[in-house]
Design a protein around this ligand. Structure first.
Ligand SMILES: Nc1ncnc2c1ncn2[C@@H]1O[C@H](COP(=O)(O)OP(=O)(O)OP(=O)(O)O)[C@@H](O)[C@H]1O
Ligand SMILES: [Mg+2]
Length: 502
């Protein structure tokens, strides 16, 4: 196997130094976790290793020979694969075609049967599960697309496999099978880099932990010789504000008591009665979904991704038609079109790059996307305020959203959707991809919005998040929604319901 290391890598975007003087080796047979706050430079550094960016200075060395990748293709030929935190598949193509495009499936493009068989084999070898390879990518859930990306990369037998926040869209089970796959690759001599904001999995899955802060590599430690608290300290550096137990996990020792709101909903802001959708071949159709969210309430819909949550969010957004049932906002029945155009409903979409922002547009423009009138000066002023309030790491309000780090893009969407005084917010996976401090911050903002009377429907695959935020929980499985439960009730039965066992 090739020995891969980097030496004194620097990278600037204009005058902004995103990576400063980083040297690091990637050891065959080892998982190296790369951690740091949103905007620390993790993705930028790995894009350099993977040949997507040329470093301003510094070298990548293969077996001690400096190389200069002119493209990702050259890095790939040298055995380096990266799986991005934003999904990069071609969505009109099938799973099999995407695998073939990567050169990892069958070469004979014209024989559909061969293509499918090769794809089946490739998927089987990975040990991860995917739907029928004849499916088109746009029909897949975010988690399934992420798995496909990983399988595509693994099929090339890389010497170095870089996974940029792969688990942020995977269920615990899927993550477990990914970690198994990583272990197997390591035993075959692959070096793996795992970028993640989830410290428990960082400690469970990695051999060494590298911490970045402000573009610099702060420390590299054997996982067995450090602990979460000291990793968090390294990530935050000289800014000890907020370092406490809550940074390491959100799970409150005792479920919060929101009993009042949970048991006595006020006049519902949002009410769905017996809502159904027509079957499509991607996910289970919604079947007779009924629930309410009152003003000032945070109601969670929890479940394993792919059980209809995306359909529910899209239906409430007015993108997905319903085949029956009633949706009411503040007591008024809503047509699909009325939902689409409703000015007072905020949406935090599951797939932020596809549905949440326009990468080419500036932060200011993205923040103004939801406003009816547009005045350049006030838009700029608002954007500056949002950047400060949500601590979006950006060089200025004029920076294109596509240049922001993943977590900062998410914060920008939150600023837009929570910042415009909406009375109802549909939040799908609002903290996906956020570092611990930012996730904690978003939780505070959601709570504050609820306290000021906003009704919030939280759609999340993270039970801890649901428990930390909401008084009432529904579980979604196979397109059906459980009855409304209090946190206490759901702690006992949510697991079984999510697995379809109850
Ligand atoms: N193409 C680009 N043009 C300008 N600035 C960029 C570009 N890509 C990244 N940056 C900036 O470089 C810094 C590091 O970004 P990077 O994406 O590497 O962070 P990250 O550690 O991966 O964060 P996250 O955890 O949010 O994904 C950020 O401040 C970001 O705005
Ligand atoms: Mg990143």
């Amino acid at each position: 196997m090739t020995a891969i290391r980097i030496e004194q890598i620097n990278h600037s975007f204009g005058s902004f130094k995103a990576v400063e003087d980083v040297s690091l080796s990637f050891r065959a047979g080892e998982v190296l976790a790369l951690v740091g706050e949103n905007g620390a430079g993790k993705t930028t550094l790995m894009r350099i290793v993977a040949g997507e960016l040329r470093p301003s200075s510094g070298v990548v060395l293969l077996d001690d020979e400096p190389v200069s990748f002119g493209s990702p293709r050259q890095a790939s030929a040298a055995g380096i694969e990266i799986v991005h935190q934003h999904l990069m598949l071609i969505s009109d193509f099938t799973i099999a075609e995407n695998l073939a495009l990567a050169g990892s499936g069958s070469r004979s493009w014209f024989r559909r049967r061969d293509l499918l068989r090769a794809a089946d084999e490739t998927i089987g070898r990975s040990g991860m599960s995917l739907p029928d390879p004849g499916r088109r990518v746009f029909e897949l859930s975010v988690g399934e697309r992420a798995k496909l990306e990983v399988i595509k990369a693994v099929a090339r037998h890389p010497a170095l496999l870089i996974l940029d926040e792969p688990t942020s869209v995977l269920t615990p089970d899927e993550s477990a099978s990914l970690f198994e796959l990583m272990r197997r690759l390591c035993s075959e001599g692959t070096a793996v880099v795992l970028i993640s904001h989830k410290l428990p999995e960082v400690f469970a899955a990695s051999d060494r932990i590298a911490v970045m802060r402000g573009g610099r590599l702060i420390r590299v430690m054997a996982a067995g010789q450090t602990d979460p608290a000291s990793v968090v300290r390294d990530m935050l550096g000289g800014d000890p504000a907020g370092i406490d137990g809550s940074m390491v996990g959100w799970m409150p020792a005792q479920p919060p008591e929101h009993g009042l709101l949970a048991d006595q909903p006020t006049i519902p802001r949002l009410r769905c009665s017996e809502v159904s959708t027509a079957p499509r071949d991607s996910a289970p159709p919604l079947r007779n979904i009924s629930f309410e969210v009152g003003a000032g309430e945070i109601v969670s819909v929890v479940g394993v991704a792919g059980n209809g949550q995306s359909e529910l969010a899209q239906l409430l957004r007015g993108i997905q038609p319903r085949s029956g049932g009633l949706v009411e906002i503040d007591g008024r029945a809503m047509s699909q079109r009325a939902l689409l155009e409703h000015p007072a409903v905020g949406h935090i979409p599951e797939d932020r790059t596809r549905d949440g922002l326009v990468a080419e547009m500036t932060i200011t423009e993205n923040l103004s996307l939801a406003s009816v009138s547009w005045n350049r000066q006030s838009a700029m002023a608002n954007a500056k305020e949002a950047i400060a309030q949500f601590s979006i790491r950006a060089r200025g309000p004029w920076q294109p959203a596509g240049e922001l780090s993943g977590g900062n893009q998410q914060k920008m969407i939150l600023a837009r959707e929570l910042g415009r005084g909406t009375s109802l917010v549909i939040a799908a996976e609002p903290t996906r991809g956020l570092d611990l401090g930012s996730a904690e911050f978003v939780h505070r903002r959601l709570r504050a919005a609820a306290e000021s009377g906003t009704a919030i429907l939280l759609i999340t695959s993270d039970l801890d998040e649901a428990y930390a935020l909401s008084g009432a929980v529904h579980v979604m499985y196979g397109g059906r929604l459980s009855r409304r439960m209090t946190v206490r009730q759901s702690m006992e039965s949510a697991g079984a319901l999510m697995a379809g066992l109850a």
